[in-house]
Write a protein that binds this ligand. Structure first.
Ligand code: ZN
Length: 147
């Protein structure tokens, strides 16, 4: 990147105040800011990043007698996808994934929590509407078994 794409700004004492990035350089910079600082996401900065590492672990140690499944359907508002990881923007955001096969998504349309439980012979899907999200006991139990 040539110098003229980025103009650094200093105060009178020479302390760095920041930088101005021109329109040509911006598309290259923006994804880095998004990745490093969680900026520009539709959910705002307070949205937790998806735990993709956990999902990768689950795939890596997948020992169920069927291939990994990528379809997600919301039992509350009916939104569905064939492959949540390919949706851009996401229809469902990954909230949690554990080696035990418990995968949780948040429906981006109605905020419901979709829990996919992978067992040897079947996959059970539960939808918890957003209002029921305060079921702390249940959540705690899931977390314990997941770790
Ligand atoms: Zn939904």
């Amino acid at each position: 990147m040539s110098q003229e794409h980025v103009i650094e700004i200093f105060d009178k004492e020479g302390n760095s105040l920041g930088a101005i990035i021109d329109a040509e350089a911006w598309p290259a910079i923006k994804p880095i800011l998004a990745r490093e600082f969680g900026l520009f996401s539709k959910q705002g900065p307070e949205a937790k990043p998806e735990p993709m590492q956990d999902w990768e672990y689950l795939l890596q140690y997948w020992d169920f007698p069927y291939p990994p499944d990528y379809d997600v359907a919301c039992g509350h508002c009916g939104q569905q996808t064939e492959n949540w990881s390919k949706d851009d923007p996401r229809l469902f955001r990954l909230r949690a994934a554990s080696l035990s096969g418990l995968v949780t998504f948040i429906c981006q349309k109605c905020n419901a929590r979709i829990i996919k439980k992978h067992f040897k012979n079947e996959i059970l899907t539960e939808t918890h509407p957003y209002l029921d999200d305060k079921d702390a006991l249940k959540e705690a139990r899931y977390n314990t078994s997941a770790k």
